[in-house]
Design a protein around this ligand. Sequence first.
Ligand SMILES: NC(=O)c1ccc[n+]([C@@H]2O[C@H](COP(=O)([O-])OP(=O)(O)OC[C@H]3O[C@@H](n4cnc5c(N)ncnc54)[C@H](OP(=O)(O)O)[C@@H]3O)[C@@H](O)[C@H]2O)c1
Length: 146
Amino acid sequence: MDITGNTVFIPGATRGIGLALATRLQAAGNTVIIGGRSAELLARLQTQYGFDTVRIDTADAGSIRGAAAEVIAAHPDVNVLIAMAGIMRIEDWRGDGFLSDAEQMVTTNLLGPIRLIAAFVEASCAAAPTRRSSPSRAGWRTPRCA
Ligand SMILES: NC(=O)c1ccc[n+]([C@@H]2O[C@H](COP(=O)([O-])OP(=O)(O)OC[C@H]3O[C@@H](n4cnc5c(N)ncnc54)[C@H](OP(=O)(O)O)[C@@H]3O)[C@@H](O)[C@H]2O)c1
């Protein structure tokens, strides 16, 4: 993929790898929109770096659909999605919370990116039903809708 001139949405960029990617991609000449759960953190990062920001909880299907629609409405040219939101819990089969922790990791780390891709394809095609462009090997990019 070209690493400049894109409009990139990164849910899970309020810290860690996602934030590092956001700052590097912005410095490389991309427009970057970051997503996360904390409005306070998002506001601080918007002030600090000038990112556009969107509230999103990637463990919540409704929040994902809402955020996808919000991003595409504000940035119809969005063409790259980097699903960075994730959680890491200690996996101890003997602990009481094992099943709950495992389910939360699957919901956030596996189902989250799948729901994100589905929501972006759906919202993008609804916004521009006749759009035609080539899929990319780098993950979700502007989809072929017609
Ligand atoms: N760091 C490593 O060595 C490593 C190695 C292998 C894999 N990974 C994976 O790579 C991903 C990122 O790692 P990291 O080290 O950068 O993690 P991190 O520093 O803990 O950052 C995680 C990011 O995901 C966001 N997030 C978590 N749950 C979310 C949710 N439900 N909705 C929206 N945002 C959510 C957090 O934002 P808020 O909490 O503010 O919402 C934060 O911005 C994770 O999936 C991790 O498991 C990391």
